[in-house]
Design a protein around this ligand. Structure first.
Ligand SMILES: Nc1ncnc2c1ncn2[C@@H]1O[C@H](COP(=O)(O)OP(=O)(O)O)[C@@H](O)[C@H]1O
Ligand SMILES: [Mg+2]
Length: 391
């Protein structure tokens, strides 16, 4: 058994999730030991919003933020070691996803070359230097270099944890963006893609409509107070992203303030409560539409296993039950997987596989031409821990 740490900070910019896991020798079993979420200080969050969601950035701010986040990720590792009582020398590696500043999955040609790219910051070298633990970072680029969309990568963990020979299940993560992994029992097929917005539209609407005093709709309580306008919802669901065939991935480059403005523009004369309910409903409605549009009936899942911060939004969960009455909707907690740490666990697993020379991407999911060993490695000391393992 090897102890590994996974670090994740998603598009919601709520903070850093750090998970300590134990992984069995061949990577075929993973156990969650403990996790913490360290919120970003407001100044960092505000700077990250500018870097990630504005079209022009200050070059020096960006480069220094790469370094600063390396330190904040290291602080999160140290806090996790403290709370879990684990010893630094027992940790094989840290796998860090980083903070996404830009995700451009379209294989746009420039001078005849495909230029799909994803850019995460929080320098792995800084984390390795600070913690003295080897780091794997930058997981998405290798898949994109092989023609893939670089996302989703979590289906690897989903299939390890939830693939079940006797029934079809679907794993859903509601972070800033929502993604699903459909695991088919009979043929072992994995279909996974970003369905569209997770919490991001509701978060943006809350901070806009409540004048910046709140940043999310706790428990979905505000959405429950309004009425969903189905005519608006239907027009939003006609957006080309929802209709596009998978594989596909998206980000807050697309589901952003402009997208929110488009929805608000469809219902200028409706109440604040109704608008929030309608905006919030885009998330469960687009998830349900994705399942109906892109999963064959005979592979339709029986259970929806939900993770990510959106699990705590009761409005999302109830609407999912309404839209998908044939499915049982549960939190991943039911299977002993803390919904706040599934993604951090996933990256820990991928980092472990990289150290073991194993690929982690699934070409049928990302559209890449072949499976890839993901990430860049930052070694520590003389690197002997790494080279001894692989020679
Ligand atoms: N108690 C809660 N009620 C409703 N929504 C919540 C609650 N706690 C967290 N969230 C939502 O979850 C989001 C964070 O989810 P997370 O899975 O960390 O996303 P990401 O991976 O994008 O960081 C928050 O922005 C918020 O919208
Ligand atoms: Mg988060």
């Amino acid at each position: 058994m090897s102890k590994c740490i996974g670090l994740m900070s998603g598009t919601s910019l709520d903070g850093i999730d750090a998970a300590l896991v134990e992984i069995e020798k061949n990577g075929e079993q993973i156990r969650f030991i403990g996790g913490i979420t360290v919120p970003f200080p407001d100044v960092v969050k505000n700077e990250l919003i500018k870097l990630a969601y504005r079209n022009t950035v200050d070059k020096e701010v960006l480069v220094r933020m790469d370094c600063l986040l390396g330190h904040l990720f290291s602080d999160a590792v140290e806090a996790l070691l403290k709370t879990s009582g684990a010893e630094k020398q027992d940790i094989l590696l840290i796998a860090s996803h980083g903070q996404t500043i830009g995700h451009y999955p379209a294989q746009k040609k420039q001078l005849g070359h495909s230029t799909a790219f994803s850019f995460q910051i929080g320098d792995g070298d800084v984390i390795a230097a600070r913690t003295g633990i080897p780091v794997v970072s930058d997981f998405r680029r290798r898949d994109m270099a092989a023609g893939g969309t670089g996302a989703p990568l979590i289906p690897l963990l989903d299939s390890l944890l939830f693939q079940n020979g006797s029934r079809n299940v679907c794993c859903l993560n509601i972070g800033g963006i929502a993604n699903i992994t459909v695991l088919t029992a009979g043929n072992g097929r994995i279909v996974a893609f970003d369905t569209g917005p997770g919490n991001c539209l509701s978060d943006l609407a809350v901070s806009r409509l409540v004048d910046g005093r709140m940043c999310f709709d706790k428990g979905g309580e505000m959405a429950f107070r309004g009425k969903v306008h189905d005519d608006i919802l239907e027009r939003v669901l006609d957006d080309p992203y929802f209709l596009k065939l998978p594989p596909k991935s998206t980000g807050r480059e697309y589901f952003n303030e402009d997208f929110l403005d488009f929805i608000l523009g469809l219902g200028r004369d409706i109440s604040f409560e109704d608008m929030l309910a309608t905006v919030s409903c885009v998330t469960p409605a687009s998830i349900a539409a994705a399942l109906r549009n892109f999963v064959p009936e005979d592979e339709f899942p029986e259970e929806l296993i939900v993770s990510g911060g959106g699990v705590r939004n009761r409005f999302f969960m109830e609407k999912l039950e309404d839209f998908l009455p044939e499915m049982v909707v549960v939190s991943s907690e039911k299977y002993g997987v803390d919904p706040d740490f599934k993604e951090a666990m996933g990256f820990a697993l991928m980092g472990f596989r990289t150290f073991s020379g194993l690929p982690s991407s699934i070409p049928s999911v990302t559209g890449a031409d072949s499976e890839q060993i993901l990430g860049k490695v930052s070694l520590t000391g003389n690197g002997s821990r790494f080279f001894n393992r692989t020679t």
